[in-house]
Design a protein. Structure first.
Length: 161
């Protein structure tokens, strides 16, 4: 990688160039004119059009959309959303989860079976018990973000990135 610094009147542009000569990162800053007008900086990311696009830049495939729809349908049920909230912090058995969400054990077992089929939870045997947990960081963050977004909607808190 190489760094190129370009100075334009009262403006500094720093460009980080990748291995193939394509710009990876550009930082533009305005030089402070006085103490009352501080410098302004803008961070921009650039990608060489010849380079392949990443997953987030390409439209989703049909299989990706189907999997996402299935996952979001599972989250649309209040009991399953509560179960995933508890499972994001660690492993729990059916009895503990039933007590946590205030539902009957058979109902919790059926919900967990659906979450397993959708790939949102994993399970493992520990003697006679089966322990469940949320499957990976994506699922944990999805549940957390969905509930935080709901909280912002209900409280009127401003959105943020």
């Amino acid at each position: 990688m190489a760094v190129r610094v370009i100075v334009v009147v009262r403006m500094i542009v720093v460009v980080v160039v990748g291995h193939a000569g394509s710009p990876l990162l550009a930082v533009a800053g305005r030089v402070a004119v006085s103490a009352t007008r501080p410098a302004e900086y803008v961070l921009m990311y650039a990608r060489d059009n010849a380079a392949g696009a990443t997953v987030g830049q390409q439209p989703p495939t049909g299989a990706q959309v189907d999997a996402a729809v299935t996952a979001l349908r599972m989250l649309a049920d209040p009991t399953r959303l509560r179960l995933l909230w508890h499972l994001r912090d660690g492993e729990h058995d059916v009895g503990t989860l039933a007590a946590s969400v205030g539902a009957a054990r058979p109902a919790v077992s059926q919900h967990l079976a659906k979450l397993l089929l959708a790939g949102l939870v994993t399970s493992r045997r520990d003697g006679r018990r089966v322990l469940y947990r949320a499957r990976g960081g994506h699922v944990r963050r999805l549940v957390t973000e969905a509930l935080h977004a709901a909280d912002h909607h209900l409280t009127g808190a401003p959105d943020h990135d």
